[in-house]
Design a protein around this ligand. Structure first.
Ligand code: XMP
Length: 182
């Protein structure tokens, strides 16, 4: 295990099993989407989750990748979400599945859900791999959750600290001392 990782929270095997099950829940929910689904994935933390999830979804889909940042550089404290550009595709009349890596304070999803809703979709559902169960704001609703986790800063399986650790095949807890708080 990498020195920066204090412990493994979710193993590669558990990730695989749960992502498959989540895909099943999503297929059931979108069964009646006549024109398939439009996936709006929030970059960059969702990349591995997205790649694994979509290969388990046997349905017609369009995929849009939307850059949003909230943890620039060497910090584990959110600076508030910013949608990097007007990167949303035409969502009018579409059945949308928003995909994000983690629901933490909820700032990111609140912002993106608002923007997506304003684009006039037929329906919007949200899937997150992880949710910090004691922290997530109740006004941000998600439909599909991979794992509820404790309030620790996690990396791996797409999630990073200062651009590092996205390639770890597990979700691990970052050692405290790596946070400069700057
Ligand atoms: P909010 O607080 O807006 O956070 O719900 C969502 C975004 O912030 C990032 N984030 C994390 N990234 N480990 C990470 O590597 C974490 O524990 C963590 N918590 C939040 C992430 O990009 C997410 O989309």
């Amino acid at each position: 295990m990498e020195a920066a990782i204090e412990r493994i929270l979710i193993s590669p095997e558990s990730l695989k099993t749960r992502v498959s099950a989540l895909a099943g829940e999503i297929v059931d929910a979108f069964g009646e989407a006549p024109d398939g689904v439009t996936i709006v994935a929030i970059l960059s933390g969702s990349i591995i989750f997205l790649a694994d999830l979509i290969r388990e979804l046997p349905m017609r889909m369009r995929i849009a990748l939307v850059p949003v940042s909230s943890y620039p550089g060497r910090t584990t404290r959110s600076r508030g979400a910013k949608l990097e550009s007007a990167a949303l595709p035409d969502l009018a009349g579409r059945d949308v599945l928003l995909v994000d890596d983690i629901l933490d304070t909820g700032g990111t999803l609140r912002l993106v859900q608002r923007e997506v809703a304003a684009a006039g979709p037929r329906s919007v559902r949200t899937a997150v791999l992880l949710r910090k169960r004691d922290k997530a704001s109740p006004d941000v609703s998600v439909d599909f959750v991979g794992f509820d986790i404790e309030d620790v800063f996690v990396v791996g399986y797409g999630l990073d600290f200062d651009g590092l650790h996205r390639n770890l095949p597990y979700v691990g807890v970052l050692r405290n001392e790596t946070d400069s708080g700057s």
